[in-house]
Design a protein around this ligand. Structure first.
Ligand code: GLN
Length: 407
């Protein structure tokens, strides 16, 4: 038999999605893979019902329906403060997962270096490898998850490129940097100063910044989301990826997008065309209703998530757990250093799902460094689901679950 691709050796199956299967196996409350268990807004569901009978049911324009792109351009121009032409600056994709992959395949040559902050959403490592690039990791140091600008500059500037088989690059230094803001899994929201540091380095070393901004509407007060594309000189070198999944609670619809310069988008249209042909036509039609929502929708979305965050973090307090309060997104990293009797966070998560009935993601799957002390919960769940999880987690304050007294 011929061998499968050597690229597969560079990454494992998704630990996040594996934990969903573990949760299902043990009947645990699934606070691992981040998706809501509540319904999307009724107006979007009504639009979906209408689309079922009115269509379209055949392929849409490859880079997204005209109406979807026009409404998206209007919304994002208002938010991002940059000019977005629906015909020249947008590709609609199958979720931000495809958006990121498309962005990487559009700009990377085999052997290019791509800078990734660690901890990171696990797709980025695989995206880099599948597009032939070499990821270079820069730590976001807990508990504040800040980076050292000198370490970042060294990662961008230094090191040999194209040192693996089949490398085609002649670019000195990194080709791109991936910026997840608000950040998964840490909940960090990058400050204006941090973004300016990143922007200055991107300009100095001539690299693309590929963003993942799927939590752009979930930023807790007083923190603010700043689009790096809006900083001076950044619109032309930022490839902004996002999706409708988290904003409208439709993770299964697989609707995402890339916003970038005309030159990048003309390449991204080709990549997307051959990857997936297009995002689902009737779902694009229905989602236009969401893109037309006014500011009040985004305010109430944030109010809801603020309430859920406070409810869940209150439960963690009651269970005596230590965590880092997120500034954005809907995840929380809990420090298990003093309560984990096992060798690894993975074993603790399996134990927790099986014996306590709550599923989390082992933090080590997000870190490049050898970090084993965190587990990630998400709180995008109905209040009743969160209350049930809190009740189950409350057993952790019992002496019998202290790290020395159980296995
Ligand atoms: N972004 C979500 C998470 O981090 C879901 C990821 C996925 O499975 N696509 O859990």
């Amino acid at each position: 038999m011929p061998e499968t691709s050597i690229k597969l050796e560079g990454f494992t199956e998704s630990v996040i999605r594996m934990m969903t299967r573990v949760a299902n196996e043990y009947g645990a409350i699934n606070l691992s893979q981040g998706f809501p268990d509540f319904d999307p807004p009724p107006a979007i569901l009504d639009a979906l019902a209408k689309a079922a009978y009115e269509g379209p049911h055949q392929y849409e324009v490859t880079w997204g329906s005209q109406l979807f792109r026009e409404k998206l351009a209007a919304k994002q121009t208002r938010l991002m403060g940059i000019e977005i032409d629906p015909d020249k600056n947008i590709v609609v994709t199958c979720g931000s997962t495809e958006a990121m992959m498309t962005a990487m395949l559009t700009v990377c040559n085999p052997g290019d270096k791509v800078v990734v902050f660690s901890p990171f959403y696990e797709n980025y490592g695989a995206d880099a490898i599948l597009s032939g690039a070499d990821p270079v990791f820069v730590p976001l140091v807990p508990p504040t998850f800040t980076f050292d600008p000198a370490v970042l500059e060294a990662a961008i500037a230094g090191g040999a490129c194209g040192d693996h088989a089949g490398a085609l690059t002649d670019k000195a230094g990194a080709k791109a940097l991936i910026l997840c803001n608000p950040s998964n899994p840490s909940g960090k929201v990058f400050t204006k100063e941090e973004l300016e540091t990143i922007a200055a380095l991107a300009i100095k070393y001539d690299l693309f910044v590929i963003t993942d901004e799927v939590y752009e509407h979930i930023v807790y007060k007083p923190y603010k989301h700043i689009y790096i594309a809006s900083l001076p000189g950044m619109a032309e070198r930022t490839i902004s990826c996002s999706s409708l999944s988290k904003t409208y609670s439709i993770t299964g619809w697989r609707l995402g997008y890339v916003i970038a310069s005309e030159a990048v988008i003309s390449g991204a249209k080709k990549v997307h065309d051959f990857l997936t042909v297009g995002a689902p036509a009737p779902l694009q039609k229905a989602a236009v209703t969401g893109l037309e929502f006014g500011d009040d929708y985004y305010e109430s979305l944030l109010d809801e998530y603020t309430r859920k965050k406070n409810l869940f973090l209150g439960g963690l307090d009651e269970a005596g757990l230590t965590y880092y309060e997120p500034q954005g997104a809907y995840y929380v990293l809990v420090d298990i250093e003093n309560i984990n009797p096992f060798e690894t966070d993975g074993e603790y998560c399996l134990w927790l799902a099986k014996n306590v009935g709550v599923a989390a993601v082992p933090g080590s799957s997000f870190f490049k460094e050898d970090v084993n002390r965190y587990i990630r919960f998400h709180f995008a769940k109905k209040d009743e689901t969160l209350r049930a999880a809190i009740e189950r987690l409350s057993v952790l304050k019992n002496e019998k679950y202290s790290s020395t007294s159980f296995k």
